[in-house]
Design a protein around this ligand. Structure first.
Ligand code: AMP
Length: 195
């Protein structure tokens, strides 16, 4: 449990699992601030900042942006929140980011309450990402980049599931079904975790 009225929840899962959509709803329902590192990076790209220019090439390739950039961005946001009430979407993605997050939160007298993994099989993920490509036109939703993003997820991010599982923080729920169904499952999992 976090001290005071803090709450820190991580939403994890492969590209296309529905993290962004669920994160919006969960943040609203639980009174948390949604922090999506992907959204923050896309905002930098749109504004043409130095960070955005650097990040765009990596994002288009489907590989990760260096840890120090990401950690600096998240720290700047968390520094403004006391107590920390955050729903983290797409962060942490490496063991280095996970360790940095633990350290940052400890510095605020806070800690992670729960990590929720959305589980969706790969065939369904590819279908969703290609359909999102048509609807939203995200430049990293093409077939080659999608393949790279899955590989990066498997190699660099999936090991974090064990990190949180070993600490008794991980809840895995199926990400297949309607928005409402998945939302209910996640809320239920979080309520179990908080007991
Ligand atoms: P997302 O919207 O979370 O799927 O992120 C889109 C892209 O932004 C990823 O493929 C990465 O290139 C970059 N990105 C987002 N979050 C992170 C992170 N925590 N660490 C490194 N790169 C990230």
């Amino acid at each position: 449990m976090t001290s005071g009225k803090g709450e820190v929840v991580l939403l994890m899962g492969p590209p296309g699992a529905g993290k962004g959509t669920q994160a919006d709803r969960l943040a609203a329902a639980r009174g948390l601030t949604k922090l999506s590192t992907g959204d923050m990076l896309r905002d930098h790209v749109k504004r043409g900042t130095e960070l955005g220019v650097k990040a765009k090439a990596l994002m288009d390739e489907g590989v990760l942006v260096p840890d120090e950039i990401i950690i600096g961005m998240v720290k700047a946001e968390l520094d403004q929140q006391q107590p920390v009430r955050a729903l983290l979407d797409g962060f942490p993605r490496t063991t280095g980011q996970a360790a940095a997050l633990d350290e940052l939160l400890a510095g605020y007298g806070s800690q992670i309450d729960a990590a929720v993994e959305l589980v969706v099989d790969e065939e369904e993920l590819v279908r969703r990402l290609l359909s999102r490509a048509q609807q939203e036109g995200r430049s990293d939703d093409n077939e080659e980049t999608i393949r790279t993003r899955f590989r990066v997820y498997r190699d660099q991010t999936a090991p974090l599931l064990d990190y949180y599982r070993e600490r008794g923080k991980l809840a895995s729920v199926s990400g297949v079904g309607s928005l409402d169904e998945v939302f209910e499952r996640v809320q239920h999992a979080l309520d179990q975790e908080r007991r």
